[in-house]
Design a protein around this ligand. Structure first.
Ligand SMILES: O=C(O)CCCC[C@@H]1SC[C@@H]2NC(=O)N[C@@H]21
Length: 181
């Protein structure tokens, strides 16, 4: 792996950590808060692609697992992977991979923001919210149907994050593309 790739991965992990500084907002419908940090996994796939993006996401989750309090709300440790939000955490690397894979295959350099938005909405929002809702129903006393219906509350916010991630990815890809190094 090149130094450039390692640097990009390190920067992306830092971005995901910084996004975790925004305090989670609890909702009454589910024992799962609104967070900003999930936008980091969208950006990871769009900007770094399937391989490096997934490495960044997995390394971030490893930091969480070994106890660094870098998850939204300052949480960390193995227990979060058995907690009520575990479905979301396990979905994050797959979402990053799918976003990276689809954007590399059909939208190199994130030139078409609408396409980037569509795949980010599909995998970064709907897929994660679905896996998370299934996890909530397994790991709490909320039924699957209630969990799925309540998860609809996340969709507007996650759609806005997907839209912003697509715009940011295009701007960054454009400005890096213009550099001569
Ligand atoms: O930090 C955690 O333990 C995971 C939190 C997961 C929150 C999920 S991510 C998708 C959906 N959108 C949100 O804003 N919150 C939930």
């Amino acid at each position: 792996m090149k130094t450039k790739d390692i640097t990009k991965i390190a920067i992306m992990i830092s971005i995901i950590i910084v996004l975790g500084f925004f305090p989670p907002i609890p909702i009454s419908l589910l024992p799962v808060p609104i967070v900003i940090q999930n936008a980091g996994f969208m950006l990871s796939g769009l900007l770094l692609g399937k391989k490096n993006g997934t490495i960044a996401t997995v390394l971030f989750l490893l930091l969480v697992a070994i106890g660094f309090p870098v998850l939204a709300g300052g949480r960390g440790g193995m227990m979060v992977f058995f907690g009520v939000t575990a479905g979301y955490l396990f979905a994050y690397p797959f979402a990053t991979y799918f976003i990276g894979w689809m954007s590399e295959k059909f939208n190199s350099n994130n030139q078409n923001s609408w396409y980037a938005f569509a795949i980010t909405l599909l995998f970064g929002a709907l897929f994660i919210d679905f896996c998370g809702a299934v996890g909530v129903s397994i790991l709490s006393d909320v039924t699957l149907s209630k969990s799925l219906i309540a998860s609809l509350a996340f969709i507007p916010g996650d759609a806005i994050k997907a839209f912003l991630a697509a715009i940011i990815a295009k701007r960054i890809s454009n400005s890096l593309g213009q550099r001569k190094d």
